[in-house]
Design a protein around this ligand. Structure first.
Ligand SMILES: [Zn+2]
Length: 127
């Protein structure tokens, strides 16, 4: 009797991935976590209408939280690749697809998969 709903599984995974990236940027405060919860609630409705979209949920939640943070706090996540110039945020690619990544359009690079921003930015020390 312990069947795990694949949609719930996708939503839980998306939540965990985005929270990990928020923690990497040290912005996982209580009210920020609630932004993630709000997005998960909305995307639960969305994915119930369109179950094939389950693997897109992580990228969508990341974009929802990014938009919500832009209104309240500013750009997130800041690009860790470009040392010079104006600070700018990474963007999720694909916007609607599986296996979402954070990319910097200015440098034209994939920075990290959604959920792995911490290791990606923490591991960039030069030797
Ligand atoms: Zn950049």
């Amino acid at each position: 009797m312990d069947l795990i709903d694949p949609l719930e599984q996708a939503l839980h995974a998306a939540r965990a991935l985005v929270l990990a990236d928020l923690a990497a940027g040290a912005v996982a405060e209580a009210d920020v976590v609630s932004l993630v919860e709000d997005s998960v609630v909305q995307r639960r409705w969305w994915v119930e209408q369109w179950p094939e979209g389950a693997e897109y949920v992580a990228g969508l939640v990341a974009q929802d939280v990014q938009d919500a943070l832009l209104e309240r706090y500013g750009r997130w996540p800041l690009c860790p690749v470009c040392g010079a110039g104006d600070p700018h945020a990474l963007e999720v690619e694909p916007e609607l697809g599986p296996d979402p990544h954070w990319v910097c359009h200015q440098a034209g690079v994939k920075v990290a998969a959604v959920g792995t921003l911490g290791p990606a930015t923490g591991g960039m020390t030069s030797s």
